[in-house]
Design a protein around this ligand. Structure first.
Ligand code: ADP
Ligand code: MG
Length: 314
């Protein structure tokens, strides 16, 4: 598969009152065509700044960025990509249909049947004549998605597309994004809504303070979780025997629930339980949650930054 997005050492430095800060710092990103890529990070991590560099709206301080094989910002590439900003701004007096006509005209598209089918696709056909001021946040986000499909893009940049939406609107947007993949489009989606990303993304990068901390397939990043063991009829003195292992345990009514950190400890624990005449109820490998991975990663980067970021203090 070809690369939809590839960056090398992409860096953006801003001069702030207390010195220079790399808000995006030597970013190496790789996104394959046809995948949904999740760009995850807390507020202020550098997600929007990165997207703007990929679109050519702002220029990098150093490093390279290629989008669909061309330099970021290439005018011909703009015809085949699209962008839904974090906080889209629409003329509030315009109706949904007028918005599509207006943005369509920027691409030289004047195709009422297309506008109508896009409105149907995002489930706004019945509201096409209402002004945007009467649209809920979820409806505004859906008209935004319809607008981002006007040029039938190969690659979509969606900046926090589910930000501030209620759970139902979340699901609607998520389902639409999943349809894009069916059509072979590449979707680059920035988010801090981890549960969304977990369900729809093929690969993710986690960014914090401008630095990519992790990048890869979700399955692989989430591997290596704990193993849960549940046993009944466990003698009361048993939990104390586990004190040398990396284990969290809870014991109640002769039922023991264990969370074992290291896979290699599991067999030994099971053997000891059997010799203690306990009854093993279940042994379940628990995948790491994306939430855990995110917090763990963000914490590591913060620790690293406090030791290496001396520039800003000078
Ligand atoms: N034009 C700018 N001038 C100075 N600092 C900026 C500018 N734009 C963004 N920043 C800073 O860069 C950091 C990253 O911002 P941003 O990319 O918007 O983060 P995110 O989208 O991940 O929330 C923030 O600390 C923000 O304040
Ligand atoms: Mg942002």
């Amino acid at each position: 598969m070809a690369a939809a997005i590839e960056t090398k050492s992409l860096t953006k430095t801003y001069k702030l009152r207390n010195g220079k800060v790399n808000v995006v710092d030597k970013l190496d990103l790789y996104v394959e065509e046809g995948e949904i890529f999740g760009f995850l990070g807390p507020n202020g991590a550098g997600k929007t700044t990165t997207i703007k560099m990929l679109l050519g709206i702002i220029y990098p301080t150093s490093g390279e960025a290629k989008v669909l094989g061309k330099e970021a910002g290439d005018i011909n590439t703009h015809r085949i990509i699209s962008y839904l900003p974090e906080k889209p701004y629409y003329y509030e007096y315009m109706t949904g249909m007028e918005i599509l006509k207006f943005y369509g005209s920027l691409f030289g598209i004047n195709d009422p049947a297309k506008f109508q089918s896009l409105l149907e696709r995002v489930n706004l056909a019945g509201d096409a004549g209402k002004p945007i001021s009467a649209y809920s946040k979820g409806m505004q986000q859906r008209i935004g998605l319809a607008q981002s499909l006007l040029n039938d893009p190969r690659l979509l940049f969606l900046d926090e597309p589910t930000g501030g939406l209620d759970p139902i609107a979340h699901i609607e947007i998520r389902d639409l994004i999943l349809q894009f993949r069916e059509e072979g489009k590449t979707v680059f989606i920035s988010s801090h809504a981890l549960s969304d990303v977990e369900r729809i993304c093929d690969r993710v990068a986690i960014i914090n303070k401008g630095v990519i901390a992790r990048q890869g397939k979700l399955d692989e990043l989430l591997r290596g979780g704990r193993i849960e063991v549940i046993a009944d009829q466990v003698p009361a003195d048993f939990p104390a025997k586990l004190k040398d292992l990396k284990v969290t345990s809870s014991y109640n009514n002769a039922r023991l629930i264990l969370d074992i950190d290291e896979e290699e400890d599991v067999n030994g624990v099971l053997d000891s339980l059997r010799s203690a005449k306990a009854h093993i109820v279940s042994v379940i490998p628990r995948r790491k949650k994306l939430e855990d991975l995110f917090l763990e990663t963000v914490k590591n980067v913060s620790e690293k930054r406090t030791t290496t970021m001396s520039g800003a203090a000078q």
